[in-house]
Design a binder for this molecule. Structure first.
Ligand SMILES: Nc1nc2c(c(=O)[nH]1)N[C@H]1C(S)=C(S)[C@@H](COP(=O)(O)OP(=O)(O)OC[C@H]3O[C@@H](n4cnc5c(N)ncnc54)[C@H](O)[C@@H]3O)O[C@H]1N2
Ligand code: MOO
Length: 337
């Protein structure tokens, strides 16, 4: 029998009555991967064949020294350091704790602080991408340390890295709830206005808004005439008090593409006409008297994921879109287009 200050290695046959120091995992490809024995389990004689079948001829029992943490405790301290609003923790499982969303909302995860934690040796904070729309119960972030026991000082460093910039920086991981926005929809294009083709934009935009808990209060058709588009924009702003104004079609380079000009003419402050994401490169993002206004190019009607699908959840979560939000869409933003 070998022993060190924290862990005692015991032959399985001699371990009956002793307490297991960590979860033990079984993997049978194609059938099972999971916990066969839980940390704290008291070994019984009948467990011996199962332990030997997963390759455990020895097990660890543990006496923790001051200044060291068990993997479960370390994972818990890191999870608590990252936890923000609308996020709950799971029980430790094989040394891992998962932070899950309690609501349908927009996941916000601070990449800089995640990177700072992971730069420390032998600690793990693994996350989904910030800006993802999540459902209740969906995993956002998981914590784990690599060894079974770790110096408490390392975890203190991880906690400090997670708290950098506090309180202004906010939590490392949170989920922002969606607001119920009332959106006005203006559909441009002579072919739709004159009834030459059926509108295909309305149903797509309604469905995308409904999926985030918002609604299209009305859809109004406009010909390719700037003055008419401007009038409809002002009507949604002043008479209907819309929270969001969406203008579809007429966003590219043809002489009949009036939408970007009309949005400017209406008085909007333009954050960006054009995004470095494909599809969705011809999208316009602006604000008119504080109300977000967007010009939506034809691809929004056709492609399942465009720059509109990135920006709309942020707007519904109450964020104001600024120029860097647009700039960063280029890296990783080339989809099937
Ligand atoms: N030479 C260039 N061509 C294109 C460019 C470019 O930069 N240079 N950009 C491309 C991109 S990206 C997009 S996206 C498309 C579409 O831009 P528009 O928003 O201007 O779309 P329209 O010209 O108005 O229409 C295109 C197409 O879609 C049909 N449409 C439009 N609205 C509706 C509606 N409500 N219901 C059904 N169908 C609709 C329209 O009839 C046209 O067939 O431009 C690329 N080209
Ligand atoms: O605005 Mo267009 O998407 O890039 O096809």
């Amino acid at each position: 029998m070998k022993s060190d200050s924290m862990l005692r290695e015991v032959k399985v046959e001699d371990a009956v009555g002793l307490v297991l120091a960590h979860d033990l995992t079984q993997i049978i490809p194609g059938q099972f991967k999971g916990r066969l024995f839980k940390k704290g389990h008291v070994i019984r004689a009948e467990d011996i064949p199962a332990l030997l079948s997963i390759g455990k001829e020895h097990i660890y029992t543990m006496e923790l020294q001051t200044g060291y943490l068990h993997e479960d405790e370390a994972a818990l301290r890191m999870a608590l350091a990252a936890q923000g609003p609308n996020v709950e923790l799971t029980e430790p499982h094989e040394g891992k704790i998962t932070l899950k969303s309690t609501i349908h909302g927009l996941a916000k995860i601070d990449k800089a602080r995640i990177d700072a934690v992971n730069a420390l040796d032998q600690v793990v904070m693994s996350t989904i991408k910030t800006g993802t729309v999540v459902k209740p119960g969906q995993a956002l972030l998981a914590t784990r340390v690599i060894p079974l026991v770790i110096e408490e000082e390392r975890i203190r460093q991880a906690e400090l890295a997670a708290a950098a910039g506090a309180p202004d920086a906010g939590p490392v991981a949170e989920v922002k709830p969606f607001r119920a926005l009332r959106a006005g929809l203006i559909t441009t294009g002579s072919e739709v206005f004159k009834g030459r083709i059926q509108d295909k934009f309305g149903p797509v935009v309604r469905e995308k808004l409904a999926a985030l808990g918002s609604e299209v209060i009305d859809q109004r058709l406009a010909p390719d005439e700037s003055d008419v588009i401007v009038r409809e924009i002002h009507r949604f702003l002043r008479e209907d008090r819309a929270d969001l104004i969406l203008v579809t079609g007429g966003m590219s380079v043809d002489p009949d593409d009036r939408t970007p000009g009309a949005i400017k003419q209406a008085g909007a402050e333009i954050v960006s006409y054009g995004t470095p994401m494909l599809p969705g490169s011809m999208l316009l993002m602006g604000y008119l008297e504080g109300v977000p206004i967007m010009g939506l190019p034809g691809c929004v009607m056709h492609d399942p994921y465009t720059s509109f699908d990135v920006l709309l959840p942020r707007i519904c979560a109450g964020e104001r879109i600024v120029r860097p939000d647009i700039t960063e869409l280029g890296y990783g933003g080339l989809y099937n287009c």
